[in-house]
Design a protein around this ligand. Structure first.
Ligand code: KIV
Ligand code: ZN
Length: 390
């Protein structure tokens, strides 16, 4: 079955970099941008050029070195922002300007002290102006998650008429439920005249832990771009995690959707971004966490040793992790101990294993985790007559 491609719009260097205390310097951003290009992301949001001279320089340099991806710069619906972004992007092979404005009643009242008609006018002016510099213009309706669908459709229709090629529907505050976010996409697909001229994009924040679920619901309902970051980094609780949406689409072929990402680079890219940003990846993080392919309870270990698929739905090699790991703790059984003992050179008979296992349990109760070096000590303490296989 041929699959529809969902474009991956990576915003690690813009929304991701908004994590407090995670400033990247220009060289670090260039290395990350190069890696994102190799990974196969379709669009790299390189920064917010008007925000600082440093961000302007980073976007300009990234625009020069990226070979495949579209390079995008963020702006507000402000003339000067758009001019500065166009200047920063001028060397990009394919430049995109990402402009927009808050559309929820709360943003219209409290941020802009304005009204709906005036907001539509500003949005159209911004898109038209951006269009005078570049062909590819993405419009964001900030706080679309809390914007009523009827008004959202009106503003989307107006900016598509002005030439917007992508409609970003951000759940800026991470408020929506997956069904609600999916229904929003469906409503826009069905109620915006000219919608076939633009791609709908999901941009979900993770305040309720629903960013990934909402993005998947969005593409099931017609969106064809997901905005995301490596390791789910971003403002507050973060953005949709790139590695999660990519692997969800790959593990569920019946959805008929896929991405252009080379998943074998996911683990390495996650480590690289984590080190450069100084943000540790939580061990239980899906796909790229240290424990994502580690098995520690006896029942699970026995199953995985017999057949990996009993407790794993992803082949670790597919995301660039060399192998699943069998972690030895006081909860481990004989199968796991025999497996790990064999790896460090001991082929234990059943009788020997019984003896060594008793010694192992005493040891494991004292330690959180039994490592390779400990296995030698345990075997020696067991005083069994043993032959090493190595
Ligand atoms: O979350 C958001 O609304 C954003 C926009 C600026 C695209 O990041
Ligand atoms: Zn955002």
């Amino acid at each position: 079955m041929s699959k529809d491609i969902v474009q991956i719009f990576d915003t690690t260097l813009r929304d991701g970099e908004q994590v407090p205390g995670c400033k990247l310097d220009k060289n670090q951003k260039l290395v990350i941008a190069q890696r994102l290009d190799e990974l196969g992301v379709d669009i790299i949001e390189a920064g917010f050029p008007i925000s600082s001279p440093g961000d302007f320089a980073s976007v300009s340099e990234i625009a020069k070195i990226v070979k495949n991806a579209i390079v995008c710069g963020l702006t507000r619906a402000v003339k000067k922002d758009i001019e500065v972004a166009a200047e920063a992007l001028k060397s990009a092979r394919i430049p995109r300007i990402h402009t927009g404005i808050g559309t929820s009643d709360s943003h219209i009242k409290h941020k802009f002290n304005s009204n709906r008609d005036a907001i539509i006018e500003r949005a159209v002016r911004a898109v038209s102006y951006a269009k005078s510099f570049v062909e590819d213009v993405e419009f964001y309706a900030e706080d679309a998650g809390r914007t009523d669908n009827e008004f959202l459709a009106r503003i989307c229709e107006a900016v598509v008429k002005a030439g917007a090629t992508v409609l970003n529907i951000p759940d800026t505050t991470g408020y929506c439920l997956p069904e609600e976010y999916g229904a929003k996409m469906k409503y826009l697909k069905e109620n915006v005249a000219g919608i076939h001229k633009a791609v709908l994009s999901c941009h979900c924040h993770n305040d309720l832990g629903l960013a990934t679920a909402n993005s998947i619901s969005g593409v099931i309902n017609g969106a064809r771009q997901i905005e995301c970051t490596i390791n789910g980094l971003g403002e507050r609780a973060g953005n949709t995690a790139l590695e999660e949406v990519v692997m969800i689409l790959r593990q569920h072929p019946t959805l008929g959707l896929d991405t252009n990402i080379n998943s074998k680079l996911l683990y390495d890219t996650s480590q690289m971004v984590s080190q450069k940003m100084g943000m540790m990846v939580q061990p239980n993080k899906a796909i790229v966490g240290a424990n994502a392919f580690a098995h520690s309870s006896g029942i699970h270990q026995d199953g995985v040793i017999k057949n990996r698929e009993t407790y794993e739905i992803i082949d670790p090699l597919d995301v660039g992790v060399n192998e699943s790991s069998i972690v030895l703790t006081a909860r481990s059984g004989r199968a796991a101990l025999a497996y790990r003992a064999k790896k460090v050179g001991y082929e234990l008979t059943k009788v020997q294993l019984d003896t060594v296992y008793q010694e192992f349990l005493k040891y494991a109760d004292r330690k959180k985790e039994v490592v390779d070096g400990d296995i030698h000590e345990i075997v020696e303490t067991s005083k069994i007559n043993i032959e090493s296989v190595s």
